[in-house]
Design a protein around this ligand. Structure first.
Ligand SMILES: [Zn+2]
Length: 477
């Protein structure tokens, strides 16, 4: 063997040894840069300590506890708030414990919407729902063991929420789990019963840069110029948004003359909140996007139009559907939106709902109960009323709404409601008008109507009424 060849072999062997050495000892030549628990430079994984499995529930402690495995959750609100059905006591006189999770503050998902708000909300709901569905259980615990439930300044009970994923599993503390998973920020995490574990879990999530700490954008959140809100928030805090660019999602119930009505169901309140969305009637693309049955994201400016709130000045660009400042149709399906059925009494009855309190200070969104006549909450919403008796009628004799008519109706106990129509036509087929609909047809009849709740303020009239846009929405029984 020649000398040079020998040197080459030795060099190769040496190189191989170095390679082998490096493979065995993966000592990084860099400080790991964590994003969502993975190093962006070398794919190493952050070793997450499972504090949740270390924390045990003492079922015999002196803290207050409620548990049951059926009919316990009354309402899932968001990531850090859940309402529970509990026995009626002085602490919870209406039998509802509105639990505000201790130690954690998840991003908002009701009222105002923040990045990862829906992610946190869905996480909490799924954990509790699955526990109940899979034979596990849910338990709410007070922080102190002095025999008291503690409330925050808004009347919500500050609490620990535990769940058993299945019958024989250990209890898991959901407050701690939310912190550990990076689904919330700390809310005074160390000054409570499980403070040490909460603080450790929060610090770990911040180090590993999980979810809300990641600096990564929430792919389901629109980062645009508009304020992301719910229609309920718009309707219950309109003054705050007047002339502001807002964005919300909802279902189109009907369209008429350049205006579409969009509504969004609110699970907590059990009603749909609606809003009129005005667009340029001649723009066929946007008209198509806002056609009845569409699930849409609307981006536009909130405005007071003669006392009726609407969203107009829509941003729309059919080319760029990914633009967060765009009004878009969210899917291609046509959804069937069932109108909310209610009686005249229910229409006029007072209803108390929790609304965002914008006078409250601090970062967290605070809700306050407010009472409204139901019809004021339902303006812009499509509702159904059955068995209305048409007492007398009126037909507009001239002007732009000539031949539109009004049905003055009563229910069986004499309660009154006004049903006002647009100029209605019968149709030969989908495209051919045949004849004008007149009020005579309904005089003295009992009818079922589907209409939009409308505030009518014209010529000294000032009342909430139902507005009918289509002949097919008045049916004689
Ligand atoms: Zn690394």
């Amino acid at each position: 063997m020649k000398k040079t060849a020998l040197v080459l072999v030795l060099l190769l062997a040496f190189g191989a040894c170095i390679g082998l050495f490096a493979a065995c000892e993966p000592k990084p030549d860099h400080e790991h840069t964590w994003v969502n628990g993975v190093c962006t430079q070398c794919d190493a994984k952050y070793e997450i300590v499972d504090y949740v499995s270390q924390l045990k529930l003492d079922e015999n402690s002196a803290t207050k506890k409620y548990t049951t495995n059926s009919n316990f959750v009354r309402m899932y609100i968001d990531g850090d708030t859940t309402h529970f059905n509990v026995p009626t006591t002085a602490d919870h006189p209406d039998g509802v414990l509105k639990a505000r999770y201790l130690a954690v503050n998840t991003p908002e998902s009701t009222g105002q919407v923040e990045p990862y708000g829906k992610v946190a909300s869905n996480y909490t709901k799924k954990k509790l729902q699955d526990a109940i569905a899979n034979g596990g259980a849910v338990l709410v615990e007070s922080d102190t063991d002095d025999g008291k439930w503690n409330n925050d300044s808004y009347g919500r009970t500050t609490a620990w929420v535990w769940y058993k994923p299945e019958a024989n599993a250990d209890w898991r503390n959901l407050n701690l789990e939310l912190l550990q998973e990076g689904l919330g920020f700390g809310s005074d995490p160390s000054s409570n019963r499980y403070g040490e574990k909460c603080l450790a879990a929060l610090n770990q999530a911040m180090q590993a840069k999980l979810v809300v700490h990641s600096g990564v954008k929430d792919e389901n959140y629109y980062y645009g110029a508009a304020q992301e809100i719910t229609i309920k928030e718009l309707r219950t805090n309109f003054e705050k948004y007047e002339l502001v660019k807002v964005a919300f999602e909802g279902y189109v119930t009907s369209s008429y003359d350049g205006t579409s009505y969009v509504q969004q169901y609110d699970e907590e309140d059990g009603i749909s909140y609606g809003i009129a969305v005005y667009y340029n009637g001649s723009a066929s693309d946007i008209k198509k996007a806002l056609s009845p049955g569409s699930h849409v994201r609307v981006v536009g400016t909130a405005q007071d139009f003669n006392g009726t709130w609407q969203v107009s000045g829509l941003s729309y660009n059919i080319i760029n559907t990914k633009d967060p400042n765009n009004t878009i149709r969210l899917d291609t399906e046509t959804h069937n939106v069932e109108p909310m059925e209610l009686t005249i009494d229910q229409f006029n009855a007072n209803r108390t709902v929790d609304v965002v309190d914008h006078t409250a200070e601090g970062e967290e969104t605070v809700y306050v109960p407010k009472t409204y006549p139901t019809h004021t909450l339902l303006v812009g919403t499509t509702v159904k009323m059955v068995n209305l008796i048409v007492d007398h009628t009126y037909t507009t004799p001239d002007g732009t709404s000539k031949d539109a008519f009004t049905l003055y109706c009563k229910d069986s106990s004499g309660k009154e409601i006004t049903v006002r129509t647009e100029v209605l036509f019968k149709w030969n087929d989908q495209t051919q008008r045949s004849e004008l609909v007149t009020a005579d047809e309904f005089e003295g009849q009992t009818i079922t109507v589907i209409g939009i709740v409308d505030w009518y303020n014209y010529n000294n009239h000032n009342e909430y009424q139902l507005r009918i846009l289509d002949y097919k929405n008045i049916v004689i029984i």
